[in-house]
Design a protein around this ligand. Structure first.
Ligand code: CP
Length: 322
């Protein structure tokens, strides 16, 4: 897709027409449209997951294979990063080896900012700290539209540890563009203080359940909590977890989304995971098609200023008369 970014770090890197085109393409791929890749070379995509993953890593792997590409898993812990090589030099090395795109997950927020002006390789953010998880938000958008129809005027309520959730930060940037009123619900300490158009906050779970079209649950992301910020979560399910009796109390039937991994018995009960309200498997299924669409769009973005091209390697740094 011409003009598609070479570094997809955040939802803000995309225009609304680009997001619309991704949705259209992901749905076409789901309906078995053939892959659209340049014919002059094979596709090589590397994944580099510096933090654990099941859904993101394997759906990208599946997407790459379905596009007819080659997947190489870069194991950071066994690489020369451990010998002090910089991430930029590592990515340039992958570029020289003919890798088209590298998908990176890291626990460091904003790690990719440094590459935006001079990309050493095309990069897709597979989740960086508590900052952004743009591909998850895009596949969620695809699934919300599939389940809820037009999103204009709908309210979607994210319940749980919004503050530490990178996908929440991506959804805050994405969903209001589609007319969604996004409600962030949880204990005060789990709510971000960011103010954004189309986004409200509440710690009143009863009100939230009665005034929403869908719920999106989050696990408590303990790995991103400060040591000084440890809270006792033993009563979390009773206070904030969603179960059948809470839905019955409010007489509501709501589709329940979750980016995964879910902690059953904490933010969600087993009976709801086993019910027809649980939409997480639709999100997982759509993840492959949305990630295929994103890879296709990035491969075909026409950007020839990636890798070494932006460096003038012919420059004689010793000067004319040396
Ligand atoms: N949703 C998500 O990012 O899941 P994984 O951590 O399993 O990739």
């Amino acid at each position: 897709m011409n003009g598609f970014p070479s570094i997809l770090e955040s939802i803000q890197d995309l225009t609304k027409p680009q997001i619309d085109a991704l949705l259209e393409r992901a749905n076409a791929l789901k309906n078995r449209a053939p892959a659209r890749l340049p014919l002059d070379k094979s596709l090589y995509v590397a994944t580099s997951f510096l933090e654990h993953s099941t859904r993101t890593k394997f759906s990208f792997a599946s997407a790459i294979k379905r596009l007819g590409g080659n997947h190489i898993d870069f194991q950071a812990e066994n690489s020369s990063l451990k010998k002090g090589e910089s991430l930029e030099q590592t990515l340039l090395t992958l570029y020289y080896q003919g890798i088209d795109i590298c998908i990176i997950r890291t626990n460091e927020s904003h790690l990719l900012d440094q590459f935006k002006d001079n990309p050493p390789i095309k990069i897709i953010n597979g989740g960086d700290g508590s900052n952004q998880h743009p591909t998850q938000a895009l596949l969620d958008l695809m699934t919300f539209i599939e389940v809820l129809g037009s999103l204009k005027g709908k309210r979607i309520t994210i319940i749980g540890d919004c503050e530490h959730s990178r996908v929440t930060h991506s959804l805050i940037e994405l969903l209001p563009q589609y007319g969604v009123e996004l409600c962030l619900c949880g204990p005060e300490s789990f709510l971000p203080d960011t103010q954004a158009e189309g986004v409200t906050h509440t710690s009143d779970l009863d009100w939230a359940l009665e005034n929403t079209d869908a719920i999106y649950l989050l696990r408590i992301q303990l790995e991103r909590h400060d040591q000084s910020d440890q809270r006792d979560n033993s009563g979390y399910h009773e206070s904030w977890g969603i179960n059948l009796s809470k839905l019955k109390k409010h007489n509501v039937t709501l589709p329940i989304f979750h980016p995964g991994p879910a902690n059953i018995g904490v933010e969600i009960s087993q009976e709801l995971v086993d019910s027809n309200l649980w939409m997480a498997h639709h999100q997982v299924r759509n993840s492959v098609y949305m990630r295929m669409a994103i890879i296709e769009a990035m491969v075909g973005n026409g950007d020839n200023k990636v890798g070494a091209q932006y460096r003038d390697l012919s420059k004689n740094i010793l000067g004319e008369d040396k």
